[in-house]
Design a protein around this ligand. Sequence first.
Ligand SMILES: Nc1ncnc2c1ncn2[C@@H]1O[C@H](COP(=O)(O)OP(=O)(O)OP(=O)(O)O)[C@@H](O)[C@H]1O
Ligand SMILES: [Mg+2]
Length: 308
Amino acid sequence: MIQVENLMKRYAGGEAVRGITFSVEKGEVVGFLGPNGAGKSTTMRMLTGYLPPTDGRIEVAGAKLPKESLLVRQRIGYMPENVPLYPEMRVEEFLEYRGRLKRVSRGEITHRVGLVLDQCGLTDVRGKIIGSLSKGFRQRVGLADALVHNPMLLILDEPTAGLDPHQIRSFRELIKELGKDRTILLSTHILSEVEMVCRRAIIINKGKIEASDTLANLEKRVQAGALQIEVKADPAVAKEKLTKIAEVSLVTELNRAGDWVSYEVTAAPGKDIRGEVDGLIKREQWPLREFRREKARLEDVFVELTQD
Ligand SMILES: Nc1ncnc2c1ncn2[C@@H]1O[C@H](COP(=O)(O)OP(=O)(O)OP(=O)(O)O)[C@@H](O)[C@H]1O
Ligand SMILES: [Mg+2]
């Protein structure tokens, strides 16, 4: 659905995108992540035919860019970072106008507009002047605009920026729903959002791709979370024996409660020490009342991959 090869963008001030290559298959919902200034919006504007690349090859929804940019704009739904709206138009009127521009037939337009008004929670404000809407509602109008011609591919640049927590939640549900039969590429700073709606993430930093993988694999890259255990044992002996396990890098005592002592046991990167720790506890016959592993989070991966 999206194929990008060696894509580059140079602005007067320097290179914003430095030769990136990636693809998005039909039906995927992919998160596009990166810190401020990483090049997300620049990349998305090139993918949607609104910004010519300095160099590289782009194919989107079966059309080549920049040559067939009109075709691409008709086939995809794009919600830019700053949604351009006509402030003097009414919501419904604007969506009809946009739908017609994107070649929705006269016979279908009323149905399509009604549907996206409903999907985006805009039915109650359909008659309002866009300029009088709050930021969150204008954001929804931008999404409805991206959806009105029922595109197979959605490219959404920080679609939840400016939404309140209720709106963010219902927005996520909408993305999940839309992702069932569409391809979606969305950028965001909210990592939990990616964890909830995307199966794969592309992480970009300073114009280069740092990682592109499923969330499960990305999470494996960082230290496989520490293990927390609580046992009834002589604290000094337990600490020494835990430390002796070959793949354990650090044992920290967390707390003592009566005869119980708890530890955080950290593994060497990428190692799973659950089996060894469990074996030790059984051999020593230590009574055990807690054994859990903190899951590595996408946030940890993001910080590790994008720090200097
Ligand atoms: N029109 C422009 N002219 C010159 N430089 C630009 C222009 N647009 C973006 N840049 C620069 O290109 C780099 C990438 O910007 P871009 O907007 O793509 O980042 P981003 O990843 O979308 O960041 P954010 O998370 O803040 O939205 C930045 O250094 C930015 O200053
Ligand atoms: Mg941006």
